[in-house]
Ligand binder design. Structure first.
Ligand SMILES: C[S@@+](CC[C@H](N)C(=O)[O-])C[C@H]1O[C@@H](n2cnc3c(N)ncnc32)[C@H](O)[C@@H]1O
Length: 214
């Protein structure tokens, strides 16, 4: 019998895992100013008040979560990623930098946190790993773990892949659609476009969990 094909998500996760040895370097050096501007914008939009509970879902090597932990020492910083290798790097870097953050292995589609666990959730450039059904599940999970009035900042590739490599890697399923957020009871309060390295389009969205979605 043919071995079962790994799901698209897992194939792509192996791809990002393979980049781990050069991952942070790639972002910081090759990504240069556009990635620095990207991270800064996500933090501005998150507008952290300092003592809030934050989740970075699909946190990768924890670069942004650790930056938040460094700046907001009263903030309870949590990161989750499907890749044990990414989380191992995040935990190692937290220890090396003397920072406190809770990094867990797990999927955004089945978050291991109770309802109303966070004031702020962020996701950066991770929805291209998910198929359409998983995206809906993921946003529903984000909405579940946010408290009423909780803020969700997503920064994702724009709806149009800009080159053949992006189209190939993402099989056209690049982006997060506004309807995913509204269906989950999150009201979009802000939406803007930006640019990442290699002229990749990014869409920033801020959404707020409605106190009573009915
Ligand atoms: C392009 S990386 C971005 C990482 C990080 N957000 C950053 O900005 O550096 C996408 C990450 O999503 C993770 N990922 C893929 N599918 C996931 C899932 N179902 N749940 C949680 N993380 C996932 C991958 O392992 C990878 O670390």
């Amino acid at each position: 019998m043919e071995p079962e094909q790994p799901s698209y998500r897992h194939r792509f996760t192996h791809f990002t895992d393979a980049l781990i040895p050069v991952y942070n370097w790639g972002f910081n050096v090759l990504g240069g100013r556009s990635h620095e501007a990207f991270r800064r914008r996500v933090l501005e939009l998150a507008a952290l008040k300092g003592d809030e509970r934050l989740l970075d879902a699909g946190c990768g090597t924890g670069m942004l979560a650790l930056r938040i932990a460094a700046r907001h020492s009263n903030c309870a910083v949590n990161g989750i990623d499907l890749s044990p290798k990414m989380i191992a790097v995040a935990r190692r870097d937290a220890e090396e930098q003397g920072l406190t953050a809770d990094f867990r292995v797990g999927s955004i589609t089945d978050l291991p946190y109770p309802d109303d666990s966070f004031d702020v959730a962020i996701t950066n450039i991770m929805y291209h790993h998910l198929d359409l059904a998983e995206k809906r599940q993921a946003v529903a999970e984000i909405a579940r773990v946010l408290g009423p009035g909780g803020r969700y900042v997503s920064a994702e590739f724009g709806p149009r892949a800009r080159n053949a490599l992006q189209r190939h890697l993402a099989k056209g399923e690049y982006t997060l659609y506004p309807s995913h957020l509204t269906e989950a009871g999150l009201a979009i309060t802000r939406e803007e476009l930006g640019v990442l390295a290699l002229r990749k389009q990014v869409v920033y969205r801020v959404a707020v969990k409605q106190a009573d979605p009915t």
